[in-house]
Design a protein around this ligand. Structure first.
Ligand code: ACO
Length: 331
């Protein structure tokens, strides 16, 4: 069974309410109908009901039974605005600005998640990563004990001898452009949790990657990864984690054994931590485009799950991301 089929099985075990702020976007409407039919989540569409119904009719889908909320006409809007004002007044947001912000479906949806009227949020069929990330970072904030929100890509590779039966978790490929050593350590701990929660990897093996293995090269960039490894050990002493490792030492047993003898991870890593966003983003795209892996992204480290889509996403991509979000919401 592929990773998304496994996630769907988990999602059905405890159905979560997932809000979709881009409620009048045709792929999103079709995905909502599919999610309800396949009992993967309880989708909530935000937008003008007439417009959403027209989109559904045009797409030939039945959205009966799906909750639709219009942020411009809802009794909860004033409570959301007040709560948003309290959360952000120290940052200069006025009551008038908060009232205006919650008219935006993205902010309305984030407030629903913040105040437990939804368990998670998925957007990005229309909006950019930053459009959703910024309000999520400002309002939902990080999980206790985690300093930085980041992302993981789940890469289902054709070569099943790699990682966990062909499954590898890459982090961070989306959010933090230039992490400090401490942020890198928090990214490693979050990625291990993603591997457990979403991939069913009971014992994640986490490699902090570099162009050096165990001091084979000397450079300030290598020192940063070594420092991140030390901090990550302190944060999660029981986690199988090692660094700094080159990619081949992390993945290939014979190379791991010769370059990093005695490492608890080398040769068998299933969670790869990239030193910065350029390496992570390029790395996942190489694995997807040249290596032929299926790739699914999630955000990690947020106190409640919110996930981003690619603007080129299909209906099935939205369904998959909602299922991933629902499983994250199960905890
Ligand atoms: N974790 C936790 N909090 C954060 C983080 C983070 N990673 N980044 C910013 N914040 C907080 C800030 O502390 C601030 O909080 P405050 O307002 O309460 O003080 C708030 O979020 C906003 O911070 P800004 O610095 O104003 O936000 P910024 O404009 O830098 O945007 C963003 C943050 C969007 C995450 C930025 O870092 C970014 O653009 N990252 C890259 C995104 C991207 O383009 N990815 C690649 C494409 S996606 C793909 O290929 C799949």
């Amino acid at each position: 069974m592929g990773i998304i089929d496994q996630v769907k099985v988990k999602a059905r075990q405890c159905i979560k309410r997932i809000v979709l702020p881009e409620g009048d976007e045709p792929r999103t409407v079709q995905a909502a109908a599919k999610l309800l039919k396949e009992k993967l989540a309880t989708p909530i569409l935000l937008g003008a009901p007439d417009r959403i119904k027209t989109v559904a009719d045009n797409a030939g889908v039945d959205i009966g039974g799906i909750e639709i909320i219009n942020p411009l006409d809802n009794p909860k809007a004033s409570a959301y605005a007040q709560s948003l004002y309290e959360l952000r007044k120290a940052k200069g947001v006025t009551e008038e600005q908060a009232a205006k912000l919650v008219q935006d479906p993205m902010y309305y949806g984030i407030m629903m998640v913040k105040l437990d009227d939804a368990d998670g949020l998925v957007s990005g069929a229309v909006h950019t990563t930053g459009d959703m990330l910024r309000p999520a970072l400002q309002i939902i904030k990080t999980k206790p004990g985690i300093k930085v929100v980041s992302s993981s890509f789940l890469l289902d590779c054709p070569n099943k001898s790699l990682g966990h039966k062909g499954l590898l978790v890459y982090s961070d490929c989306v959010v933090v452009p230039c992490p400090t050593a401490e942020e890198l350590a928090h990214i490693a701990v979050s990625a291990a949790e993603t591997a457990r929660t979403l991939c069913g990897i009971e014992e994640p093996k986490v490699a902090l990657l570099s162009f050096s293995t165990k001091g084979s090269a000397k450079h300030e960039l290598v020192t940063k990864v070594q420092e991140a490894t030390r901090i990550a050990h302190e944060l999660a002493p029981n986690l199988a984690l090692d660094g700094e490792l080159q990619l081949d030492a992390a993945l290939i047993p014979e190379i791991g054994a010769s370059k990093a003898k005695g490492s608890p991870v080398a040769g068998y890593a299933n969670v790869l931590i990239f030193p910065d966003l350029q390496a992570g983003n390029i790395g996942y795209k190489l694995t997807q485009r040249i290596g032929g892996a299926e790739a699914y992204a999630v955000l990690q480290g947020l106190a409640k799950p919110c996930n981003d889509l690619s603007r080129g996403c299909s209906v099935d991509d939205i369904v998959a991301t909602v299922a991933l979000t629902a499983v994250q919401a199960q905890g």
